[in-house]
Ligand binder design. Structure first.
Ligand SMILES: Cc1cc2nc3c(=O)[nH]c(=O)nc-3n(C[C@H](O)[C@H](O)[C@H](O)COP(=O)(O)O)c2cc1C
Length: 228
């Protein structure tokens, strides 16, 4: 199994999104998956110019010469595509959005309707399974509404108040969640279906009491930082 992973956090390996991604990769490696991970901020990816050259003038090939030159073919070789993104403004980061827009050459110009939804068909290629790991700072799950709507077919791994990962107590609280991510990585790399019971463990939902604790801790931390 080939796993291609992209982290859309500018904090790269110092951030919390990467912790989720590494847990998935850890599990996948137990099943001998071939894993390649990149931090999008390190890549040279120009913005789409909306010139439509990749549709009508040089079908499948963009006018830009940058890292998308090797990313586009790799996207068609991967069995699993793992995207990691922090939530910024209740959405995916612009780093991820820019990369996703540049996958336009993978689609054909025609429009077609499936399940009442108009879209463009993909050029003939292997379509990888999509896993989306997202983190956010607020403790409420609705910060992920946009990302879930954008990628309805992805296996979602969602962690609100991801700063919990920065202290031992929080890590302990999230140990079952991290185990579930590892197990998902392992199973997907074996080509297994993910049972609903395991999918449920990939989404962290806090009690109201826990949310209050998160908010109190954040406000104390924030005040102490301001005083320095
Ligand atoms: C510009 C910016 C916008 C953010 N917007 C949101 C938001 O809308 N909702 C939220 O819950 N957290 C928001 N956050 C917090 C991040 O989602 C959170 O810190 C995330 O876990 C960071 O991931 P990382 O540690 O991998 O970089 C925002 C952070 C930044 C820097």
């Amino acid at each position: 199994m080939k796993i291609l992973a992209f982290n859309a956090s500018p904090r790269k390996s110092r951030g919390t999104t990467d912790v989720l991604m590494e847990a998935f990769i850890d599990g996948a490696k137990k099943s001998n998956a071939d894993v390649e991970k990149h931090h999008i901020v390190d890549l040279d990816i120009n913005g789409c110019l909306s010139c439509f050259t990749c549709w009508w003038k040089t079908p499948g090939v963009c006018v830009h010469r940058d890292d998308m030159d090797w990313i586009i073919p790799k996207l068609s070789e991967a069995d699993i595509l793992l995207f990691g993104t922090p939530i910024y403004g209740r959405n995916i980061t612009h780093y991820m959005q820019r990369m996703v827009e540049r996958t336009f050459p993978l689609s054909l110009p025609e429009m077609f309707v499936k399940d009442g939804q108009t879209s463009h068909p993909s050029r003939p290629r292997k379509i990888p399974s999509l896993v989306l790991a997202a983190t956010c700072g607020f403790p409420d799950l609705n910060n992920f509404d946009q990302v879930r709507a954008l990628y309805p077919t992805a296996v979602p791994i969602l962690l609100p108040a991801s700063q919990m990962l920065f202290n031992d107590e929080g890590k302990e609280y999230l140990s079952d969640f991290l185990d579930a991510i590892r197990l998902t990585g392992q199973k997907m790399a074996e080509g297994d279906e993910i049972p609903e019971s395991l999918k449920d463990r990939l989404i962290v939902e806090y009690s109201d009491e826990m949310k209050s604790t998160v908010i109190k801790k954040h406000n104390l931390y924030s005040a102490s930082r301001l005083e320095q």
